[in-house]
Write a protein that binds this ligand. Sequence first.
Ligand code: 16G
Length: 261
Amino acid sequence: MAEVSSGFFAEDRVVLPQGGPLYLQLKRWIEDAIRRGDIQAGDALPSERDLAAKVDVSRVTVRKAVLQLVKDGVLVQRHGSGTFVAPQAPRVEQSLSQLTSFTEDMARRGMAVRAEWLERGLYLPSPEETVILGLSSGEQVARISRLRLTGDTPLAIERASLSARIVPDPEAIGDSLYRHLDKSGNRPIRAIQRIRAANLNEQDAQLLQVAVGSAGLNIERTSYLASGRVIEFTRSVYRGDTYDFVAELRLGDSPASGDKA
Ligand code: 16G
């Protein structure tokens, strides 16, 4: 971890970017320094008083800028030890036209992934699970909730429900749910995915190590077997600062479209 008094903050001259209220100028100055790599993830910021003196602004201005940066997930405050540059998550592009698993997606990018289990077991299904998974009366549901990470950086939370007939022993699932389903010939071949913007609630923000209220993506995936039976219903929460979902669009088949030559 960088020394507070060394490096970037020890430089003599501070020139704030011009325009807008002072706290926003200070905020941009810090963001620019992070973008250039002058200060990096884990580096400590000087104390509020030192930063105010250094930049020649009031402590209220520093507080406002820092609070905003904490809210944006750029800085993190640790009680009793100070303010630090937040870990920068890698940005990941995911195709919206391929039915892939998280493990496969990341392996294709050469990224090692792991999962922390949040919940795993057999339960009485909720009415929603009964309807979506087409469960018969008395049938249990297997719920598996995981935090998906690359290294120490959390990327997504996945909360999946499957019929207990397909997954009678959730403890037997290894690193990949789809690999587990594949073994019993139950890997989905089609899925419908719904993506919605969301501001992360306290629980999810804490798991994903970002500020409460940061931008996130709520994704619901309903996956089907070749028979048409629903195999998986998963609600995922992805960090908004790490994911780009990319779809390839083609000209439709309407009579007015297409190349007539
Ligand atoms: C993806 C799916 C999720 C599926 C998981 C299986 C989205 C939004 N979600 O993350 O529904 O359960 O892959 O991954 O893409 P696994 O085989 O690595 O456990």
